[in-house]
Design a protein. Structure first.
Length: 248
């Protein structure tokens, strides 16, 4: 795959959803199988949180956090097999997943001027992607960052399913204690995050995929089918893109 920017506009797939719905893992797998780039916008908010803590910035101070976003030397890897996140030469890919970041990242994401800085960077990354297209995921991709994307999808799952998935991932099981330890990362975070982004219900034109009863492979297959239909709509030149026919 060439690293030179695509000559034509990239094919853009955007996926939003609540915590633990599976949007990151599904987006990565879909991008990998289709040879597309991958952008994890949540990782950008997490990297900024890491940078603010590293620089001693007060997470409640909108101006200071926004200035930090503007000066942050962030490099987002967009290879779905190795989505590395680098801040000023430090590989923070693992560090930004730690509980210390997860528990405070919503405080950073709630500052609207800060969001504007990251949203501009996300749009640039999507426009300049080094592959024929990109799968970008987060909380406000379908509504704010890329409302004109070729495919717009909201992936969701019941709260119980999401808690169980996250508990298995973080604590190796979904027993009572593991679920209790996971609640803050899923339920409280979604409540805080939904104050500044709309990701609990699909807005007009956004497809909904409820994965509560689907396993990982079936979910990927459903997204791939949606993407292929959209691509066929473009390539076949039937006038309208597949998303125009979609059940919305
Ligand atoms: N359809 C599915 N069935 C079962 N497990 C799934 C499914 N989709 C994802 N998972 C698993 O659920 C966990 C959470 O997935 P993932 O990290 O992709 O969620 P997310 O929506 O990106 O969450 P967050 O926004 O908190 O990062 C992972 O361990 C993933 O492998
Ligand atoms: N487009 C986005 C992406 C993420 N966020 C916020 C909300 C999350 O709590 C945090 C981390 O995201 P995650 O890695 O869990 O997907 O970033 C947002 O506000 N907008």
């Amino acid at each position: 795959m060439s690293d030179t920017p695509a000559q034509t506009a990239p094919f853009v797939v955007v996926i939003d959803g609540p915590s633990g719905s599976g949007k990151s893992s599904v987006s990565r797998a879909v991008a990998d199988r289709l040879g597309l780039a991958y952008l994890d916008t949540g990782a950008m908010y997490r990297a900024l949180t890491w940078w603010c803590l590293d620089q001693g910035v007060d997470l409640e101070d909108t101006d200071a956090v926004t200035a930090a976003a503007e000066s942050m030397p962030l490099r987002m890897g967009t290879d779905p097999t190795d989505p590395r996140v680098d801040v000023g030469g430090t590989d923070v890919t693992a560090a930004i997943r730690e509980t210390g970041i997860s528990s405070v990242v919503s405080a950073v994401a709630r500052h609207l001027p800060t969001r504007a800085v990251l949203i501009a960077a996300q749009r640039e990354c999507i426009e300049r992607c080094s592959r024929p297209g990109i799968v970008a995921e987060g909380r406000d991709l379908t509504t704010v960052v890329a409302p004109d994307a070729d495919v717009r999808l909201l992936i969701t799952a019941s709260e119980d399913a999401r808690l169980a998935r996250r508990a298995r991932e973080l604590h190796g099981g979904d027993g009572e204690d593991a679920i209790a330890a996971t609640r803050d990362q899923v339920v409280r975070r979604d409540r805080d995050d939904s104050a500044v982004a709309s990701f609990l219900e699909p807005t007009d034109g956004v497809r909904l995929l409820d994965t509560s009863e689907l396993d990982f492979e079936t979910t990927i297959a459903a997204v791939l089918e949606l993407v292929e239909r959209a691509r066929a709509g473009v390539v076949d030149g039937h006038g309208e893109r597949a998303r125009s026919h979609a059940r919305e």
